[in-house]
Design a protein around this ligand. Structure first.
Ligand code: PMP
Length: 403
C-alpha cells in the first residue's frame, strides 16, 4: 500500500491543529472521508437530488436506481444472499434497537433470556435491557479473562432453552479483541438460538462474510467505514425479517393503508419508514468501493503491522499499561499512563496535535470489569503511519515528564 498516495485521498489529513500537523488516532469513533465519498455527497445534492421510490420523473428514477444500486453494493460487500436482507438504518445503534424491538415483539416472552458479553458498547446493551424490562426477561452476561478474551465455556453454559438471542460485538471498541463470532454462532445454532453481531468495529478492518459466519443479524455504521454519518446497515436473514414486526410506522413501509387495517410492504422496505438517506447510501457505496479497491486483506495486514509497532512502542514507555491483550486483536490500543488521569493525557495530547479518545468509551460495564473508570484509546486506520505513532509516543513521553 502506498500510504502517501492514500493519505492524499483524505483532505482532512493535511489539516493542522494548533499549528501542528493533525495526527488522527480516533478512528474507532469515526473515520475520515476520502475524496470519492465527499464528491459523491456533493454531486448527489448538486445534480441528482430527488426523493426515491415515489417519483415518476427522471431525477427521482435515477436517484432510486442509485439508492438501490447502493443496497446491492452493501449486499455484495457483506456477501448477503439477497438485497432484501439489507435494511438501511441511521447507524449501528438504530440497527440494534430495530432488532431489540421487532424481534422482541414477535419472539420474546416473560422469563426468556438475552445473552450479551461484558465487553459490549452501550448500544449493544441498553436496547436489550429495555427489551428485558418491557417483557420481564433476564439479561445474561458472558465474562472474559484478563487479556480481554471471552470465556467460551462460560458462554455455552449461559445458553439455555429460554435463551431467545445472543448479541455480541465482532470487535471490541475498547480492547480491540476480535471475538470468535463464527464459533459462538455455531454454538448458539446447535441450540436453535439466533445471533446478532455488532460489526461496527469489524467492518472497517476485516473482510466480513455474513453467510460464512452464518450470522442471523449483522450491523454496522457507514461513518466508521469512511462513509457518511447518520447512516447504517442492518443485515438480517430473510426468514427472521419476514416474521418480525415493523419497527416504525410511516411512508414507504406500507402496502395498503386503511383506517380499519394497514398491511406492510415487502422486505426490506417494511423496516424503512420515511424518506431514507438516499444521498448517504450512494456515498456509502463509494466508501465500500474505496476500501475494497485497497483490499480488505491488505488493510488488515497493514493495520496489524502498525498495531504491533504501536503496542511495542507504547509498552516501552515507563508506567504505561495496555488494556486488551487478546491473541486476535484489531487496530485499537487502550491504555493508561501511571497515575496520570486519561482526561489529562488526552487533553495534553490534543494540544500536541494528537487526537485520541478518553473516557469510558460507551462501555461502562467493561470499565468496571477492568477496575478503571476510563482510559485513553488510540484507534488506527490504514492511513496512519509509524511516524504518527512516533509522534504519539514522543508526546506521551513529554506529558509523563510534565507530571
Ligand atoms: N458498537 C460498537 C462496537 C461501537 O464502537 C459503536 C460506536 N462507537 C457503536 C456500536 C455505535 O455506533 P453508532 O454510534 O454509529 O450507532
Amino acid at each position: 500500500m502506498d500510504i502517501n498516495k492514500i493519505r492524499e485521498d483524505f483532505p482532512i489529513l493535511s489539516e493542522q491543529v494548533y499549528n501542528r500537523p493533525l495526527v488522527y488516532f480516533d478512528n474507532a469513533a469515526t473515520t475520515q472521508k476520502p475524496w470519492p465519498v465527499i464528491h459523491c455527497l456533493e454531486e448527489g445534492y448538486r445534480r441528482h437530488n430527488a426523493n426515491v421510490h415515489r417519483g415518476i420523473h427522471f431525477l427521482s428514477q435515477t436517484a432510486t436506481e442509485a439508492h438501490e444500486a447502493a443496497r446491492a453494493r452493501v449486499r455484495d460487500f457483506l456477501h448477503a444472499a439477497s438485497a432484501e436482507e439489507i435494511v438501511f438504518t441511521r447507524g449501528t445503534t438504530e440497527s440494534v434497537n430495530l432488532v431489540a424491538f421487532s424481534f422482541g415483539e414477535t419472539f420474546c416472552r416473560e422469563g426468556d433470556e438475552i445473552v450479551v458479553t461484558v465487553m459490549e458498547h452501550h448500544s449493544n446493551i441498553v436496547p436489550w435491557q429495555m427489551l428485558c424490562e418491557r417483557r420481564k426477561m433476564h439479561l445474561k452476561v458472558v465474562p472474559m479473562n484478563d487479556r480481554g478474551e471471552l470465556l467460551l465455556e462460560e458462554y455455552e453454559k449461559l445458553l439455555t432453552p429460554r435463551t431467545r438471542l445472543v448479541a455480541v460485538a465482532h470487535v471490541s471498541n475498547v480492547l480491540g479483541t476480535v471475538n470468535p463470532v463464527g464459533e459462538m454462532i455455531a454454538a448458539a445454532h446447535r441450540r436453535g438460538i439466533p445471533v446478532f453481531v455488532d460489526g461496527a468495529q469489524a467492518v472497517p478492518h476485516l473482510k466480513v462474510d455474513v453467510q460464512a459466519l452464518d450470522a442471523d443479524f449483522y450491523a454496522f455504521s457507514a461513518h466508521k467505514v469512511y462513509g457518511p454519518t447518520g447512516l447504517g446497515v442492518l443485515y438480517g436473514k430473510k426468514r427472521w425479517l419476514e416474521q418480525m414486526q415493523p419497527y416504525q410506522g410511516g411512508g414507504e413501509m406500507i402496502d395498503q393503508v386503511r383506517f380499519e387495517k394497514t398491511t406492510y410492504n415487502a422486505l426490506p422496505y417494511k423496516f424503512e419508514a420515511g424518506t431514507p438517506d438516499f444521498i448517504g447510501t450512494t456515498a456509502l457505496a463509494a466508501a465500500l468501493d474505496f476500501v475494497e479497491t485497497l483490499g480488505m486483506d491488505c488493510i488488515a495486514e497493514y493495520e496489524s503491522q502498525l498495531l504491533h509497532y504501536t503496542e511495542e512502542r507504547l509498552s516501552a514507555l515507563p508506567g504505561l499499561k495496555i488494556y486488551g491483550q487478546a491473541a486476535h486483536k484489531s487496530a485499537v490500543v487502550s491504555f493508561r499512563m501511571g497515575d496520570i488521569h486519561p482526561y489529562d493525557t488526552g487533553l495534553l495530547l490534543d494540544k500536541l496535535g494528537v487526537a485520541v479518545r478518553t473516557g469510558h468509551h460507551c462501555a461502562q460495564p467493561l470499565m468496571e470489569r477492568l477496575g478503571i473508570d476510563s482510559c485513553v484509546r488510540a484507534s488506527l486506520s490504514f492511513y496512519n503511519t509509524r511516524e504518527e505513532t512516533d509522534i504519539l509516543c514522543a508526546a506521551l513521553e513529554r506529558i509523563r515528564k510534565m507530571f
